[in-house]
Design a protein. Structure first.
Ligand SMILES: Nc1ncnc2c1ncn2[C@@H]1O[C@H](COP(=O)(O)OP(=O)(O)OP(=O)(O)O)[C@@H](O)[C@H]1O
Length: 453
């Protein structure tokens, strides 16, 4: 039996996966036989089949069933005859490797680029300005000055956004360049696949033929010895040829556990830049820019004064959460036909607000800070005015002000019943020192990370 309604199934998938994913991953599929609930789909390469299987098989199964065929499982088989769709490189591949060398081009597929992730809609503020500037520089595609560019930062702070923006910009400026963007997980996956299919020569050729290699979330290969080894060789081969490498991770190379020293030291050779946790101004800027995007879908919805400021103040965890909150707010407001004001925000985002409230407590901050400076908690909170206690105390007050929604008097109360002016003085002092004293800036950064992890 063959699969009926493939056209309709594809149309439904287009709606769920979006145009980009559709053209790259769904369009080239060719329906085959249906036997005992197993639907065969023909795919142009093994890699392609595995990617679709991992990412879209549930959806595809769902849509097949929705159009009346009883299907329990998908089977991906190599398509022996090239299909019109498979003959063309997938758009995502074209996006980043328009003029790839012929030998590599037929095999070079790259992770799809998210159309929302461009430099135009990346909001720049103090915490990310360096990372942004470095990303812009490599996106010019000029001579390689630092190799690799290593971007790191906590969850949801824009690493993937910047990586996609670089790939996109490189493609636009230098379409002849062969740019390969993929996650470290995909790197490993393709490596393992090549080993299994005895295609290591092809694998090496593909990876060594790129002009720019971009690997997202490199911490993923920690502890995976043979993948690390292959990554190391790929890395060296490309650096020797003066090809640009761009890497992202959730922490600095030296802090990635179970990463071989030689890989660490390679990663440390270039420029390492850090996406710092967002500050209030950046969060507000991001919210404003995301409101402009939402307005395209909901032109009639107004956001009352104070709502964005409130969100920027309260949701400090990461940009993804902030973005999700705003999307939910617009969808909810349009459903219930209400204006987006503080009342609606509180109703609609109660869970998010509670979670971010719960996230970091004054006590946690006090504990982390006293551990960090190796002093007793009671000394930090107590009355002693020795500098070795007073400075950590001010650091802790500063972090409480920044990372919790507690007021100055409340913070004062929890620091041994101090007055709010003492807290204010402490916060100001740390703000000054943050600029003039590298050690304090570093301490704050480490503490903030530890608290947010
Ligand atoms: N400065 C920014 N301007 C606009 N949007 C941003 C900014 N920073 C992050 N975002 C948005 O936040 C979301 C999360 O960003 P992204 O996926 O790049 O995070 P990440 O650092 O790669 O996180 P993860 O560690 O989970 O992989 C994305 O939708 C991204 O567009």
């Amino acid at each position: 039996m063959t699969l009926d309604h493939w056209g309709e199934i594809k149309e439904r998938l287009l709606k769920t996966v979006g145009q980009n994913n559709y053209t790259t991953w769904i369009e080239p599929l060719v329906p085959g036989a249906v036997e005992d609930g197993i639907v065969t789909l023909k795919v142009p390469t093994n890699f392609f089949g595995n990617y679709v299987s991992q990412n879209f098989s549930d959806l595809i199964l769902h849509e097949i069933n929705a159009t009346g065929t009883d299907a329990t499982r998908l089977n991906f088989a190599l398509n022996q005859q090239p299909t019109p769709a498979a003959e063309k490189p997938a758009p995502a591949a074209r996006q980043t490797s328009a003029a790839a060398k012929p030998a590599a081009n037929s095999q070079l597929s790259t992770a799809p680029l998210d159309p929302r992730f461009s430099f135009d809609n990346f909001v720049v503020g103090k915490p990310n300005e360096l990372a942004h500037a470095a990303a812009r520089r490599v996106a010019e595609g000029g001579p390689v000055t630092f190799n690799p560019l290593f971007l790191y930062g906590g969850v949801g702070l824009g690493k993937t956004h910047l990586m996609h923006a670089i790939a996109r910009e490189l493609h636009e400026r230098k379409p002849e360049m062969n740019v390969l963007y993929l996650s470290a997980e995909q790197f490993m996956y393709r490596f393992v696949q090549a080993l299994r299919d005895r295609k290591m020569m092809d694998f090496k050729e593909i990876f060594r033929s790129v002009d720019v290699l971009m690997v997202d979330d490199v911490q993923f290969i920690a502890g995976k010895d043979s993948t690390q080894e292959e990554f190391f060789h790929t890395f060296n081969a490309l650096v020797d040829q003066h090809k640009q490498i761009i890497i992202s991770a959730d922490r600095a190379p030296g802090e990635i556990k179970d990463l071989e020293d030689r890989v660490k030291s390679r990663l440390q050779c270039g420029l390492i830049v850090d996406l710092h946790p967002t500050d209030y101004e950046l969060r507000l800027g991001i919210l404003q820019s995301k409101v402009d995007v939402q307005r395209k879908t909901y032109p009639d919805l107004e956001v009352a004064d104070g709502v964005l400021e409130f969100l920027a103040h309260r949701i400090t965890s990461n940009v993804r959460v902030l973005e999700g909150a705003l999307t939910r707010l617009f969808a909810f407001a349009s459903l219930v036909g209400r204006e987006i004001d503080m009342g609606l925000t509180q109703d609609c985002l109660a869970d998010v607000l509670r979670a971010s409230e719960r996230k970091i407590s004054v006590e946690e901050i006090q504990r982390k800070v006293s551990d960090h400076y190796n002093i007793r908690l009671s000394d930090m909170i107590g009355p002693k005015r020795l500098r070795s206690y007073a400075r950590p105390r001010q650091v802790a007050m500063y972090l409480c002000k920044q990372m919790t929604s507690r007021s100055l008097p409340e913070i004062g109360r929890r620091f041994g019943g101090r007055d709010h002016t003492t807290v204010m003085h402490g916060v100001r002092r740390i703000e000054e020192l943050k600029v003039s004293d590298g050690q304090i800036a570093e301490d704050l950064e480490l503490l903030r990370r530890a608290l947010e992890s």
